[in-house]
Design a protein around this ligand. Structure first.
Ligand SMILES: *Cc1c(COP(=O)(O)O)cnc(C)c1O
Length: 361
């Protein structure tokens, strides 16, 4: 039966490439001639081992990750990294945080359980509608690291430049922007991302860490599962990893590689975002909520003049098969998430619905 797929703008879990889903469906009952689904197999067997190795190699190729960095597949979401980072990078017991949205605020709060957190910059007083000016930023010289969230999923803002942290390792939450464009990993000490926005299904967290930051002399009280050195030594196989999620993440990496890598991904993402922001800037009914210089390529947040009108637009959009557009309650209105797997066709369908709504207004 031919199934009508929706235009899915969900912030996460989010749209996956259709070809990835089709391949997974085809391989569901018998993976690579084994007579079993991948999810039924031992993670210690040859087949899963090769899936894991291929996925790591594909990530290295796609994002040019050198051997000085370890690639880990962990569990517990990006949220678990909010505590793993301070527990593992703790040396002097100090870290500087940029607070630019809900997730960086949570990360800073969690880190404060373990070390002395200084908020180096915050845009909370403007409801996180823009990013801080980086030029005047200073960091404590003896901080163990500087943390930021590069793309603020809820508020629709994104750092397009990184602060200069000198010798201090930069740690970044890339959950909602990872591999949406080329990345210079050497600018970072550690990056992490929950998979469910740009990488695959929920249940896997990708961590890329510079190996010299992996400490083996941690206090005895740091649990084995929350130590990066455990997962580096055992290649993410200390316990049963999320095998099916890693496989789908791997298929998504192959899809990116087959479609021109991260340079082409950036072109597609810039085009989609430009189309939608231009439509917002032209509109008499809709307006973007993020300041122009801080706009995200991934999460486009916008409102009408009031909640009733927002609701009317969301209802029209749903009728047209455009789903996942309701904004987060802290911003209201609408949010269109334009992750890698969201097509230009979907964005054009959204703009057409906005135009139709505006004409009938
Ligand atoms: C979604 C998201 C998170 C939370 O991720 P979980 O995997 O649900 O823990 C954290 N940070 C950012 C930037 C996000 O977009």
């Amino acid at each position: 039966m031919e199934m009508q797929r929706t235009y899915n703008f969900s912030a996460g879990p989010a749209a996956m490439p259709e070809s990835v889903l089709a391949q997974a469906a085809q391989e569901m009952l018998s993976f690579r001639g084994s007579g079993m689904s991948l999810m039924e197999m031992s993670h210690r067997g040859k087949i899963f081992e090769s899936v894991l190795e291929e996925t790591i190699a594909d990530i290295r190729a796609l994002a040019r990750i050198p051997e000085e960095y370890a690639i880990l597949f962990l569990q517990g979401g990006a949220t678990t990294q909010f505590s793993m980072v301070p527990m593992n990078l703790f040396k002097n017991g100090k870290a500087d945080y940029l607070v630019t949205g809900a997730f960086s605020q949570k990360a800073a709060k969690e880190a404060a359980r373990y070390l002395d957190v200084r908020v180096a910059a915050s845009t909370k007083e403007d409801n996180f509608s823009h990013l801080p000016d980086l030029s005047g930023l200073t960091f404590r010289k003896d901080a163990d690291y500087v943390h930021l969230c590069q793309n603020n999923t809820i508020f629709g803002t994104q750092f397009h430049h990184l602060p200069d942290t000198g010798n201090l390792p930069l740690v970044a939450d890339l959950s909602s922007c990872i591999f949406s464009e080329p990345i210079d990993i050497t600018r970072y000490g550690l990056v992490y991302a929950g998979a469910q926005k740009n990488l695959g299904p929920a249940g896997v967290t990708l961590v890329i860490i510079r190996k010299d930051l992996v400490r083996e002399d941690l206090p005895e009280t740091v649990p084995t599962m929350l130590r990066y050195d455990t997962h580096v030594k055992e290649n993410s196989m200390h316990n049963t990893p999320p095998t099916f999620g890693i496989y789908l993440l791997g298929l998504t990496m192959k899809w990116l590689l087959q479609n021109g890598g991260l340079v082409s991904a950036r072109e597609r993402n810039q085009k989609k975002a430009a189309l939608l922001y231009e439509a917002l800037d032209r509109s008499q009914v809709f307006s973007g909520t993020a300041r122009k210089d801080s706009r995200s390529l991934m999460n486009v947040t916008f409102v009408t003049k009031d909640e009733k009108t927002d609701a009317a637009f969301l209802a029209l959009a749903e009728q047209k098969g455009l789903v996942g557009l309701k904004g987060h309650r802290s911003v209201g209105g609408m949010r269109a998430s334009l992750y890698n797997a969201v097509t230009e066709e979907a964005v054009l369908a959204l703009i057409a619905a906005m135009n139709e709504f505006e004409e009938g207004f």
